[in-house]
Design a protein around this ligand. Structure first.
Ligand SMILES: [Zn+2]
Length: 235
């Protein structure tokens, strides 16, 4: 299968579903990761342009850790909206290139607008990519609407998983990928006193407790026409 994970900032997919993506890769599936926002406002000392480049490289390194292909839509932080037609065109082009069998993205109720809007943008772009006459400049063929899963919210707030993936065998890869995001982890620890690596491992442990394994990630299937399937697609 072709798997496409669409996250907001560089590091969101690492937090929410990299254990699962690494597991897909180990099972022989092709995984592509795409972040919509460039993360340019994620620091109060490093200036936006410099941070944008830094975070792109961090995300690229993280994708390499699990063997995924990396895409960036490169929208400035706080400007992610599903009404942004250029965003939708760029994202639909990625969808058409990947031809996903499964899409994983944010939940519609997360902690900030860019996250929630990434879900709505992913929903719009995956539908647009299926319309043969959308963006006639596109060189890639239309991609059918496919099942969509929501990954966990940050710290699992207001998110009740309906499906779990055992990531006990890939938790260290997930952590290695997360640790590629030095600009965020160091910053959060030094300035906000938040140990992000500990938070992510702890949340994976909690989801693991919920389903009887050591580490897990939780998901919900998007329950919309054309997005549901009568079988399990998560690894
Ligand atoms: Zn984020």
């Amino acid at each position: 299968m072709n798997i496409l994970a669409i996250g907001c900032h560089p590091d969101d997919l690492e937090i929410g579903c990299y254990g699962t993506l690494a597991k897909y890769v180990r099972q022989g599936h092709d995984v592509a990761v795409c972040h919509v926002a460039n993360g340019n406002l994620g620091h109060v000392v490093i200036m936006p342009d410099e941070l944008r480049d830094m975070r792109f490289k961090e995300a690229e390194r993280a994708a390499k850790v699990i063997g995924a292909t990396h895409y960036s839509i490169d929208i400035d932080d706080l400007y992610v909206t599903p009404e942004n037609d250029e965003l939708i065109r760029r994202l639909a082009a990625v969808v058409r290139e990947v031809q996903p069998d499964v899409v994983i993205t944010h939940y519609e109720r997360d902690y900030m607008n860019d996250h929630m809007n990434t879900y709505y943008a992913a929903f719009r772009a995956t539908f647009a990519a299926s319309c043969g006459h959308f963006d006639l400049t596109a060189t890639t063929p239309a991609a059918p609407v496919c099942p969509m899963y929501h990954m966990d919210t940050l710290t699992g707030a207001d998110f009740l998983p309906t499906e779990y993936v055992d990531i006990t065998d890939t938790i260290e890869l997930k952590m290695e990928a997360l640790n590629c995001h030095e600009s965020q982890l160091k910053w959060m620890l030094e300035h906000d006193n938040i140990d992000f690596a500990d938070m992510v491992r702890t949340c994976s442990r909690v989801r693991g407790y919920q389903c009887g394994v050591k580490y897990a990630e939780g998901f919900r299937l998007s329950r919309n026409y054309l997005r549901m399937v009568p079988k399990r697609l998560l690894p």
